[in-house]
Design a protein around this ligand. Structure first.
Ligand SMILES: [Zn+2]
Length: 419
């Protein structure tokens, strides 16, 4: 869908060395004892009949031809494999694995956790890799955090299909435990980061400095923090899907989706809409992505009251007056100021080919604006063409490196070149 396209401005990124963002590896087969000396014991003749029970191996385990360590090893059953015990006698369990029936030491079996089901929820019991297919050798699409909760889409060959942040792939089912659905659960909303509001209209602004955006309710997974007076759109549909939680709202803000405490939101922006009297030089002397709130101002004619660096406001207002004279409407602003933590989150989420290297973007000083990625603002669009030709008269520039054909091509990113 159009409204879910990536729209993370990468302007003026010095292409970073490809850093590895690989997830923590999770080994399916870990080192573990294959035998144990206390398996050597006298067998009782009388078998203890037990109901068929599903167990899970706690180590790589020898399947033997007899209920004794003298039994021939038929095959090694990997750790965390589920097996069905048909009979148990004196510390040995009869199971079938890989087409062979034999005996394993009951010491290395435990009650298997219940399995996830298609359509149900599964919680990751370890950090996992989301893979392209049901194979430990297939490409890793995403990392999956321990304790992440996911809807199970399909199950195949010991793998469960889930979606994590917009990417659908497979994780090993043995690392998922089923979870009952109830409101208040930590649910990860699987959404691609996007700057677009995707049609959302229920508008709020952050009421506190550094309002925390979380990946789940209860604040255990923090995405980033959002400066005071930043617009946030509530997504009630997502909230209902996940299970509404009192005191929390699911919002889209700064190009991301996540949970925020309702106490950190208000209905109006209270940011000043007049330049505060700082020079651009003063703003640029601040740490990128950590510009003090007093140096940020809201764009008065922008319905979202987007925050930009104070010194850039007058010229943006002038540019808007000229634009409005030409097209009969105000400019549309998609994003402007971005905190460092937001840049970091983009970087982790999208990687260096889409996101700007954290700490390098002019958005981190509030001296750049992005227009929406709609046709009129694209390279072929009439708004872009007009802006490209005229914005420099108002000290806003579209850099050469961003022109069509460049690997960094971005029609929507303009920078403040005034004082
Ligand atoms: Zn930009």
């Amino acid at each position: 869908m159009k409204e879910y396209t990536y729209r993370i401005c990468a302007a003026l990124t010095t292409l970073a060395v490809a850093g590895s963002l690989a997830a923590v590896p999770v080994s399916a087969v870990q080192a573990a004892p294959l035998t144990s000396t206390h398996q050597l014991q006298v067998q009782q003749r009388i078998p203890v009949a037990k109901a068929m029970a599903v167990k899970q191996t706690t180590a790589n385990l020898n399947l033997r031809s007899a209920a004794s360590t003298k039994g021939k090893i038929l095959v090694v059953i990997p750790k965390n494999t589920k097996v069905t015990v048909s009979t148990e006698r004196s510390g040995w369990s009869q199971v079938a694995y890989a087409g062979k029936t034999g005996w394993v030491s009951s010491t290395y079996l435990r009650n298997a956790p219940a399995s996830v089901k298609v359509g149900g929820l599964g919680k990751a019991t370890a950090a996992l890799k989301l893979r392209k297919s049901t194979d430990t050798k297939s490409a890793v699409l995403e990392s999956v955090p321990k304790a992440g909760i996911f809807r199970i889409l399909k199950i195949s060959k010991g793998y469960s299909q889930i979606t994590r942040r917009g990417r659908t792939g497979w994780v090993q089912s043995s690392y998922l435990v089923p979870l009952a659905e109830k409101p208040g659960r930590e649910i990860f909303i699987d959404e691609k980061y996007t700057t677009n509001r995707a049609g959302l209209t229920d508008r709020y602004w952050t009421s506190v400095s550094g309002a925390d955006l979380h990946e789940s309710v209860n604040g255990k997974k923090r995405i980033n923090d959002i400066p005071k007076n930043s617009v946030a759109y509530r997504d009630l549909k997502k909230e209902w899907t996940a299970g509404s939680v009192k005191g929390w709202v699911f919002v889209r803000t700064q190009g991301m989706s996540g949970w925020m405490k309702s106490s950190q939101l208000k209905r109006k922006s209270t940011a000043p809409t007049r330049p505060p009297g700082y020079s651009k030089k003063t703003v640029l002397a601040q740490r990128n992505g950590a510009v003090p709130e007093k140096m940020l101002v809201a764009i008065a004619w922008d319905p979202e009251k987007t925050l930009i660096a104070g010194p850039a406001l007058n010229d943006l207002n002038r540019l808007n007056v000229a634009f409005k004279k030409k097209f009969g409407k105000n400019l549309e602003i998609d994003l402007a100021y971005r905190t460092r933590s937001t840049q970091d989150a983009y970087w982790i989420e999208l990687g260096q080919f889409i996101a700007a290297k954290p700490g390098t973007s002019n958005h981190g000083w509030g001296t750049a604006v992005d227009f929406p990625e709609t046709y009129n603002y694209s390279f072929r669009g009439k708004y872009f063409k007009w802006l490209k030709a005229n914005s420099k008269n108002y000290n806003w520039t579209h850099r050469k490196i961003l022109e069509e054909g460049s690997p960094y091509a971005e029609a929507w990113h303009f920078e403040y070149s005034g004082r």
